[in-house]
Design a protein around this ligand. Structure first.
Ligand SMILES: Cc1cc2nc3c(=O)[nH]c(=O)nc-3n(C[C@H](O)[C@H](O)[C@H](O)COP(=O)(O)OP(=O)(O)OC[C@H]3O[C@@H](n4cnc5c(N)ncnc54)[C@H](O)[C@@H]3O)c2cc1C
Length: 433
């Protein structure tokens, strides 16, 4: 017999869980179908290398309104890695050494000039399409904007490496407006943007947030339940999942990442704009590596250049006889983050005094339920697709960090989008009854 519910939510990442909580708490019956054997999606906390590691999303901040409201709501505690005592960067092939302030001073002229028009283009990051001629800025990629600044080689290298750390992609594939959106989220201040995106995490693991939301909903959550097909009319939809099961719902919320949306069998087909954005893919295509090295070491930060397998590494955990570093690179094809020798080789760019003991990471680009890391748009995608990506289509609604307004690509955006989907569906269901 076909099951029935008011709402089916596809995906139990933050967007899906928040949508389920909002609708369940407003009295609607909700079934969540999650393909994986765990909750959280691209938020994935694991105990590895002797520490509590975030294989997916890592950092959050009080300038991110939606995620911070959840931190307050559930009384979660925030913590951070050790403050860096040394910073390394490259000037050509030469390694320079200083402190974090020296590096910040080096990138400041580039950052300041690159981002000086932020609030002109994005006066309202919560409504990113407010400025009518935004398409003029959206045609540029970040690399060409950096090239125009006439920076010294040192400054250019350093700025590029910092942006790879932020964008997880070759910079000539990233829209310049991503940089504006991130900075607008921090009210135009690049130092604050930097802090908001890369310092603070939940003390007991980011999955404490996932668990808190899941415990706060009476939605029925099915794990190991990949959705295989959706058939919909204006009245409702039938969702096929798992091994031959079906469920009927008045509304369906699709929260799968942008890069895999076009692979879902949906009839009638999704709008061309949604499919085109999905087929074009996000720009992000890089890696995140966790690296345990022999200690003791001083906590450090290191930036190389965008063409290296790892462009940024830093100390996240410090022990007496070991330390755990986190690293990022622009292209998943350049390095296998689970291969100790490749990671050891990548670190030699800065330091040959570090002995890599163990490594770990997740290959997000090969993950059939993600196919991307964190959303970074290609040139033109914001102005061409953003509104269409958010739009509901009959009984189908959409939530995902990838289509959020303020902090798209972050935990915050996933929560924002889940709140929006929950509110809209509740209004529609109420009007129908
Ligand atoms: C390496 C990495 C580092 C990151 N760093 C940060 C950071 O520091 N700070 C930050 O704020 N954000 C960070 N992010 C981004 C953040 O993790 C995501 O933006 C956010 O978790 C996305 O939530 P979501 O619910 O929109 O999507 P997801 O978490 O991807 O949830 C979608 C869910 O849908 C499921 N699904 C897919 N297909 C199907 C199907 N056919 N049937 C059923 N279920 C399906 C997936 O398994 C998944 O659980 C990072 C992400 C990665 C990968």
């Amino acid at each position: 017999m076909t099951e029935q519910t008011d709402v089916v939510v596809i995906g139990a990442g933050l967007a899906g869980l928040v949508t389920a909580r909002e609708l369940g708490n407003r009295g609607h019956s909700v079934v969540v179908l999650e393909a994986r054997d765990r909750l959280g999606g691209r938020l994935w906390t694991e105990h590895r290398l002797g520490r509590t590691l975030e294989l997916g999303g890592n950092w959050l901040h009080w300038t991110q309104p939606h995620v911070w409201a959840e931190v307050t709501r559930y009384g979660l505690e925030v913590s951070r890695g050790p403050r860096s005592e040394e910073t390394y960067w490259l000037a050509g092939n030469e390694v320079r050494r200083g402190n974090l302030d020296d590096f910040m001073t080096l990138i400041d002229p580039g950052m300041t000039r690159l981002l000086e028009d932020t609030m002109k283009w994005l006066p309202r990051p919560d409504a990113p399409l407010t400025v009518e001629n935004l398409a003029e800025a959206d045609q540029f990629n970040l690399q060409e904007m950096l090239d125009k600044l006439d920076l010294t080689e040192d400054e250019k290298n350093a700025n590029e490496a910092a942006w790879v750390g932020h964008f997880n992609a070759p910079l000539d594939q990233c829209a310049y407006v991503n940089a504006l959106r991130w900075t607008a989220g921090a009210s135009g201040h690049w130092h604050l943007m930097h802090e908001a995106s890369a310092i603070f995490r939940l003390k007991d693991g980011n999955d404490t947030l996932v668990k808190a939301i899941a415990a706060d909903t009476d939605a029925e959550i099915h794990l190991n339940a990949p959705v295989t097909a959706i058939r919909h009319t204006g009245e409702g939809a039938t969702v096929s999942y798992g091994e031959g099961r079906q469920i009927q719902a008045r509304k369906v919320v699709i929260t799968v990442p942008q890069n895999i949306l076009h692979k879902l069998d949906v009839q009638p087909a999704l709008s061309e704009a949604k499919l085109a954005a999905s087929r074009e893919k996000t720009a992000s295509q890089g890696v995140k590596a966790w690296i345990r090295v022999r200690g003791p070491i001083k906590p450090f930060f290191a930036y190389s250049a965008q063409d290296k397998p790892l462009s940024v590494i830093r100390t996240e955990f410090l022990g007496e006889d070991d330390a755990v570093l986190v690293g990022f690179g622009a292209d998943a094809n350049r390095i296998d983050v689970t291969d100790k020798d490749q990671v050891q080789e990548a670190i030699r760019v800065w330091r040959d005094d570090l002995e890599v003991l163990e490594v770990t990471g997740h290959k997000w680009m090969d993950d059939e339920y993600a196919g991307e890391t964190w959303q970074i748009q290609r040139p033109g995608q914001l102005t061409k697709y953003h509104a269409a990506q958010q739009a509901s289509e009959g009984a189908l609604h959409f939530a995902s960090s990838d289509i959020a307004n303020i902090w798209a690509g972050f935990f915050d955006g996933a929560i924002e989008s889940g709140l929006r989907a929950g509110r809209n569906i509740h209004a529609e269901l109420k009007a129908q009854s």
